[in-house]
Design a protein around this ligand. Structure first.
Ligand SMILES: Cc1cc2nc3c(=O)[nH]c(=O)nc-3n(C[C@H](O)[C@H](O)[C@H](O)COP(=O)(O)OP(=O)(O)OC[C@H]3O[C@@H](n4cnc5c(N)ncnc54)[C@H](O)[C@@H]3O)c2cc1C
Length: 513
């Protein structure tokens, strides 16, 4: 510890029990308690920390906002340092002419969006729903979706260059900035080294900064919602809207997940929420109409059908908005249109202080698979059969499973079963429960039987997804990756890991490496 403090400074190192425990937990997992949490404030300090870890044979577990839930950063050994990026969070430069921003890894998506808004700009992929806490370094190491994904696709597509500290302590830049151009304007000057580090879980190196492509903010935002009882009909509509790039965010969910996302009923009476819904319209008359519409509709729409589908539509002007809305309605055919509260509320406050439990205090755990459109129906059938076969066992332990879907343009559909069960909360939940919910959140007793059943169910579903050729984001230590590679490709990946991190100190075990 004194040596680490001497290296980084006293404010940059913590080893009190509370901090160590909190930084070793995610939504589901309690990792080994590390020796310290280190907070480098500059790239050079990160490189020095790598050398420090190499010399002492310690593992480094990078942790951004800690909002992933696939055992992606909780340490597996006590001979470990958790790297926290909260002091490495500056926005280094905004370059409007060349269309990019360079930002340090610990900056949150909310922080970046607020700064870019001052320039009338936005990152092309602009964050997950957890972006109030999730960091740019964490999301781009995980692989993330949501804001912009109906058009741009996954988070990696927005990146022009990474600044990486490798496991040897070297600092490299992966775009044209690392290839003699002195400027990160071209991601792939020759082979795409940037892509190599995108969605790598930090197993190939530590991101200290990222250059993202930016675009002008849209003038108008609107939304449409529909209800359907038919999975095939839902997928057909989601796919055709994505194919034509008509919506910037495209999500769908069953009624249980919709209620969880909506929060407690009083939220919908909250004038601030309604005002936000009005504000995204960009026009006072439309704002009043929208607020009245949403307030009158209340939350009843959440129970309308098996699935609700939600599209956020952006436009340069009223003509473009009308044209996009008309096109989506035409594609929707006989799907029932419902009140558009979800898309409007999503954009009224894109980065809210989200609960990490069900509002009734039950624990939650989402998992997911990414499917090609042509393969999702087969998986859905197998999933429904799995759910029917497990129904009794799950009910006996009070475990429920609901489904959320998100479209990732250019890839397909993210299918996300979410488990809920009554159980005691961990330090992670206590700290991450938003203020508006903390006092009223019901508490449940320790429930190891239900938790074990959830874990067993997760393992079964992960295997079922692999059988149905799913791919994944936030691979961490949950989803099989290295194990699924064809032979030559697996060797290539191992060789890269060895070259970049010969002592295996960068998030050892992530990606199966
Ligand atoms: C309520 C809630 C809502 C969510 N909504 C979404 C959503 O809309 N879309 C979505 O895709 N996901 C969502 N998630 C999942 C998760 O929040 C995202 O994947 C998010 O991008 C994780 O970012 P983070 O900074 O918290 O990363 P962390 O969880 O801290 O880390 C993720 C991975 O990146 C590595 N890492 C972190 N920082 C670095 C770095 N600087 N260099 C190298 N490796 C690093 C870690 O070791 C780990 O492997 C949600 C989660 C919750 C709990």
């Amino acid at each position: 510890m004194p040596a680490l403090i001497a290296l980084l400074g006293p404010d940059a190192v913590a080893n009190d029990a509370d901090t160590l425990a909190f930084h070793s937990q995610d939504l589901m997992t309690e990792g080994a308690i590390p020796l310290a949490v280190a907070r480098p404030g500059r790239t050079a300090q990160m490189a020095a920390l790598v050398q420090f870890a190499k010399d002492r044979r310690l593992a480094l577990y990078p942790r951004g906002g800690g909002m992933s839930y696939s055992r992606a950063f909780p340490p597996e050994t006590r001979a470990a340092i958790v790297v926290d990026f909260s002091r490495l969070n500056a926005i280094r430069s905004v370059n409007r002419v060349d269309g990019h921003v360079t930002v340090e890894a610990g900056c949150t998506w909310a922080q970046l969006d607020t700064e870019l808004a001052r320039h009338g700009l936005r990152s092309r992929f602009w964050g997950p729903m957890s972006g109030g806490t999730a960091t740019i370094g964490g999301s781009l190491s995980n692989g993330s979706v949501t804001f912009g994904s109906g058009d741009v696709g996954a988070s990696a597509n927005s990146v022009k260059s990474f600044e990486i500290v490798t496991g040897t302590g070297a600092v490299i830049h992966t775009g044209s900035d690392g290839a003699g151009c002195d400027h990160p304007f071209n991601r792939a000057f020759g082979p795409d080294l940037t892509g190599l580090f995108a969605h790598d879980c930090g197993a190939l190196g530590i991101k200290t900064a990222v250059t993202l492509e930016v675009e002008p903010r849209p003038a108008l935002v609107d939304g449409l919602s529909f209800a359907s009882n038919d999975f095939g009909q839902m997928c057909a509509l989601l796919r055709s809207v994505a194919e034509q790039r008509l919506a910037s965010e495209i999500i769908a969910m069953d009624a249980e997940v919709a209620r969880q996302n909506a929060g407690p009923p009083r939220l919908w009476a909250d004038l601030k929420a309604l005002a936000g819904i009005g504000l995204v319209s960009g026009n006072p008359l439309t704002a009043v109409r929208r607020m009245a519409h949403v307030a009158l509709a209340g939350r009843g729409f959440l129970d309308k059908a098996l699935y609700t589908l939600h599209f956020v539509v952006e436009a340069r002007d009223a003509d473009e908005r009308r044209s996009r809305l008309r096109a989506i309605r035409r594609l929707a055919g006989d799907c029932a249109e419902i009140v558009n509260t979800v898309p409007l509320a999503t954009r009224a406050n894109p980065f809210p202080d989200l609960p990490v439990t069900h509002p009734d205090g039950r624990r939650m755990l989402p998992i997911h698979g990414l499917f090609a459109w042509s393969q999702v129906a087969d998986f859905h059938l197998a999933y429904v059969q799995w759910k029917a076969a497990r129904a009794q066992a799950l009910a006996a332990r009070g475990v429920t499973v609901a489904e959320f879907f998100a479209v990732v343009a250019g890839i397909g559909i993210l299918y996300e079963p979410v488990f809920y069960w009554a159980d005691s909360l961990r330090l992670f939940h206590e700290r991450r429960t938003p203020g508006w919910l903390r006092a009223s959140l019901p508490r449940h007793a320790e429930n190891p039987e239900a938790r074990a059943l959830v874990q067993e169910s997760v393992d079964q579903l992960v295997a079922l997804m692999a059988d149905h050729r799913a791919s994944h984001f936030q691979i961490g230590r949950l989803y099989p990756y290295q194990q699924r590679h064809e032979e030559g490709r697996g060797e290539l990946l191992r060789a890269l890991k060895h070259q970049l991190d010969p002592d295996n100190i960068c998030n050892p075990g992530a990606l199966g490496l």
